[in-house]
Ligand binder design. Structure first.
Ligand code: PMP
Length: 357
C-alpha cells in the first residue's frame, strides 16, 4: 500500500516486504525469541544471514571466482581512501574521471596516497554530461569512474574500455542494470540506495589486484584482511547486513538485475518524456547520458520552483528537492520505486502545469 511516493536520493525507498520483515526481525529473529539487534555476530544465525547476502550478490552480479564480496563499514566515502590505500603506490598514478562532486572526493583522497591524473572532466558545464574519447596514461594503476552521478543525473551508459584495471563507484546504480561486473577490478557502493539500509558498503574486489604495492596498510583498511575474515574483522553492521540480504532476496524473486533494468528504463523513459513534453519543466542532461536512477529537472520559471515543491508535498510526494549543490528537482527512481509513483508524479506535474502554466 503506497502512502507516500518516496523519491529520496538516499537513504531511499525499499520494498514494502523488506520493511515488514526487518521490523519483525527486530522484535524476534526467525522465531528465536531474540532481537536481530541483540544476536552475536558470530552466531550461526547471523553467519548464515551474512553468507546468504554474499551468495546473493555473487549470483545477481554473476561473479567469477576471482571476485570477492565484502560488507564493510564507513560508507562509499570511506572507499575514496581505502581504494588508493590498497591500490595506489606512492609514486604510482591513479587515472580518475571527474564527473561530479563524488568523483572530486575520490580525487582528493587518492592524492593523499599517490599521484592522480584527472583524465577527463565535465565540470565546465556543471557536470551535465559524461565525457567521451579521453586518453589515459597506460602506466596508471587503475581508472576510477563514478558510474552514476547521483547529484547531476548523469550515467555512464558505456563502460570505458581503456585496458587499465577499472574501479567504479556504483553507489547509485548498482544492481540496476546488466553490466559485466567481472570486468571491474573493484566495485564499491553504499547500501542506502539499491541495496538496503545505510550503514554497510558493498565492495566487490578481484583478488588479483591486491598485494601489488609495498605500502604498509592499516589492518582495517587492508582488503586482504577482510577477505580472510569474511567481513567479520570487526563487528559488522548487523541490521544493515540483514536488510541488504532481504533486499537482495526481493531482487532475485522479482526477476533479478535484467528485470530491474527493464523496469528502471521504463520508469525513467516515461518521466523524461513527460518533462520534455511540458513547457514548464526542463531536463538539463544530454539525452544520451541521462541517468535512469536520478532524473534531475528544473523549471523554466525559477520562481515557480518553491510553489511546485509545496504542491508535491501536498500531493504525497516526498524527497523530490534537488541536491543542495544542484538545486531544483531530482526524482530518484531506484529499483524499489514502484512504477505507480512515477505515474503519480507525472499526473501531479500535469495538474500543476494546467493550473500555473
Ligand atoms: N558516491 C556516490 C555516487 C554517492 O551518491 C554517494 C552518496 N549519495 C557517495 C558516494 C557517498 O556515500 P556515503 O554517504 O555512503 O559515504
Amino acid at each position: 500500500m503506497i502512502l507516500i511516493h518516496n523519491f529520496n536520493a538516499g537513504p531511499s525507498i525499499l520494498p514494502e516486504e523488506v520493511y515488514q520483515q526487518a521490523s519483525r526481525a527486530i522484535l524476534n529473529l526467525n522465531e528465536t525469541g531474540v532481537s536481530l539487534l541483540s544476536i552475536g555476530h558470530r552466531t550461526p544465525e547471523f553467519v548464515s544471514i551474512l553468507e546468504e547476502a554474499r551468495s546473493l550478490v555473487r549470483e545477481l552480479m554473476e561473479l567469477d571466482d576471482e571476485h570477492e564480496v565484502l560488507f564493510l563499514h564507513g560508507g562509499a566515502s570511506m572507499q575514496f581512501m581505502q581504494v588508493p590505500a590498497n591500490l595506489l603506490a606512492k609514486h604510482g598514478v591513479a587515472a580518475i574521471a571527474d564527473t561530479g562532486v563524488w568523483s572530486t572526493k575520490a580525487i582528493r583522497e587518492a592524492e593523499v596516497f599517490g599521484k592522480v591524473e584527472v583524465v577527463c572532466s565535465s565540470k565546465d558545464t556543471n557536470y551535465n554530461y559524461i565525457p567521451k574519447d579521453f586518453a589515459v596514461p597506460n602506466d596508471a594503476a587503475y581508472l576510477h569512474i563514478t558510474t552514476n552521478n547521483t547529484i547531476y543525473g548523469t550515467q555512464w551508459k558505456e563502460i570505458p574500455d581503456t585496458g587499465l584495471p577499472l574501479v567504479a563507484d556504483m553507489s547509485s546504480d548498482i544492481l540496476s542494470r546488466k553490466i559485466n561486473f567481472n570486468r571491474f577490478a573493484l566495485i564499491y557502493a553504499g547500501a542506502q540506495k539499491n541495496i538496503g539500509a545505510a550503514g554497510v558498503t558493498l565492495v566487490v574486489v578481484n583478488r588479483r589486484i591486491l598485494g601489488k604495492i609495498k605500502r604498509k596498510i592499516p589492518t582495517l583498511l587492508d582488503y586482504r584482511n577482510h577477505i580472510r575474515e569474511q567481513s567479520l574483522l570487526s563487528t559488522p553492521p548487523v541490521f544493515a547486513v540483514y536488510v541488504a540480504m532481504l533486499t537482495l532476496r526481493w531482487l532475485k524473486n522479482n526477476g533479478g538485475v535484467a528485470e530491474m533494468e527493464k523496469r528502471n528504463r521504463e520508469k525513467a523513459a516515461m518521466l523524461y518524456k513527460a518533462i520534455d513534453e511540458m513547457p514548464l519543466f526542463r531536463a538539463h542532461v544530454a539525452a544520451e547520458d541521462r541517468s535512469d536512477m536520478n532524473v534531475c529537472f528544473s523549471m523554466a520559471d525559477k520562481q515557480l520552483e518553491p510553489k511546485f515543491l509545496q504542491y508535491c508535498t501536498e500531493n504525497d510526494i516526498y524527497g523530490i528537492a534537488g541536491h543542495r549543490l544542484a538545486g531544483a528537482f531530482r526524482a530518484s527512481l531506484y529499483n524499489a520505486l514502484p512504477r505507480e509513483s512515477v505515474e503519480h508524479l507525472i499526473k501531479v506535474m500535469k495538474a500543476f502545469s494546467a493550473q500555473f502554466g
